[in-house]
Design a protein around this ligand. Structure first.
Ligand code: SPD
Length: 287
C-alpha cells in the first residue's frame, strides 16, 4: 500500500494491536521478489525501514538493538576475530561489530540483495561506511544454505533476522541452529533476536528447546527497544563455553577499558544486568 506524506503507517505485526507513525516523507518503497520494502521519514523516530509492513528499524532507536546484539557477545568472548552476520542487510549490526579492533573479518550473509542496495542508498547513516570496511565480505545467499555448506568457522554468529514469518522463518529452526553450532570455532557464540516475550512468548521455549541439544550454554538477555513495542525484547544466547554468561562485572569492565567502543545503550554495568530476566520471561524457559 502506498505510504504518502501526511498519512499514518500502521504496523501489521499483530492482529489485535498496532503502533502508528506519522509519515512526513516517503523515501522509497518497492514490492520486491522476496518481500515489500519501504523507507519513510517520521517526526520523532527519523527514517523508518519496514519489511512486509513490519518495523525493522528506526534511525532514532536502532542503536539499542544493534549495540546489544553485537557488544554483549563480543565483550563476553573477549578475542573474537571472525564474525558472521546472517540477515542484517541494513548494515547496522556490521557497524557495531566492526567497532571492535579484535574483529579481523565480518561476513554478512543477506538473502535479499535489494535490502542491501536500498539501505546503502536510503539509510547510509545506519551502516555508516561499514559495507566498505576492508574487513567486510557481503555474501548474497540464503543463510540456511550458507551455514550448512560454509567451510569457514566463526567466533560469533549474529542472526539479525525479521520475525519468524516470511523469508526469516527458517532462521528459527532446529536444523539451522545445529548448522550454526557446527560453523563455530571452539568457544563460539550465537545470538539472535527472540521477539518481545510479552507478546511473542512462544519464541523463548521454541528457541531454547531447539538449541539445547547443540550448545553448552543456552539462555536469553533483554534490551528495551522503543519501537519493538510491548516491553523488553528477548535476545537469544547460545555458546560452546558456559563461562561467558557468568563473567564478572570487573572482567567485562577491564575488556571494555582495554578496547572501548562508543555506545549509547551498552555499558559494562548493563552487560551483566541484561541477563537478569523479569520473572514472566524466566517462566517461559521450559527447563
Ligand atoms: N519485530 C521486528 C523485529 C525485527 C528485528 N530485526 C531488525 C533488523 C535490524 N537490523
Amino acid at each position: 500500500m502506498l505510504k504518502e506524506a501526511g498519512t499514518w503507517f500502521k504496523e501489521g505485526l499483530y492482529d489485535y494491536w498496532q503502533q502508528s507513525f506519522l509519515i512526513t516523507k516517503t523515501v522509497f518503497q518497492s514490492s520486491g521478489d522476496l518481500q515489500d520494502i519501504a523507507v519513510f521519514e517520521t517526526p520523532w523516530f527519523g527514517r523508518v525501514l519496514t519489511l512486509d509492513g513490519v518495523i525493522q528499524l528506526t534511525t532514532g532507536d536502532e542503536f539499542v538493538y544493534h549495540e546489544m546484539l553485537a557488544h554483549v557477545p563480543l565483550y563476553a568472548h573477549g578475542k573474537a576475530e571472525s564474525v558472521c552476520i546472517v540477515g542484517g542487510g541494513d548494515g547496522g549490526m556490521l557497524r557495531e561489530v566492526l567497532k571492535h579492533p579484535s574483529v579481523k573479518r565480518a561476513v554478512l550473509v543477506e538473502i535479499d540483495a535489494q535490502v542491501v542496495e536500498f539501505c546503502r542508498t536510503h539509510l547510509p547513516m545506519v551502516s555508516n561506511g561499514a559495507f566498505d570496511d576492508p574487513r567486510t565480505e557481503i555474501v548474497i545467499a540464503d543463510g540456511i544454505h550458507y551455514m550448512r555448506t560454509t567451510p569457514e568457522r566463526f567466533d560469533l554468529i549474529v542472526i539479525d533476522s525479521t520475525d519468524p514469518s516470511g523469508p526469516g522463518e527458517v532462521l528459527f529452526t532446529e536444523s539451522f541452529y545445529k548448522d550454526c553450532a557446527q560453523a563455530l570455532k571452539p568457544g563460539g557464540i550465537v545470538v539472535n533476536q527472540n521477539g518481545v516475550p510479552f507478546l511473542q512468548g512462544q519464541e523463548i521455549p521454541d528457541t531454547y528447546s531447539r538449541r539445547k541439544p547443540y550448545f553448552t550454554d543456552v539462555g536469553f538477555y533483554v534490551a528495551a527497544v522503543p519501537t519493538y513495542v510491548g516491553g523488553f525484547m528477548a535476545l537469544g544466547w547460545a555458546s560452546l563455553d558456559a563461562s561467558y554468561r557468568r563473567l564478572s562485572r570487573d572482567v567485562i569492565a577491564a575488556r571494555y577499558s582495554a578496547a572501548p567502543v562508543a555506545t549509547r545503550y551498552y555499558t559494562p554495568d548493563l552487560h551483566g544486568a541484561s541477563f537478569c530476566l523479569p520473572a514472566y520471561v524466566q517462566a517461559l524457559i521450559p527447563y
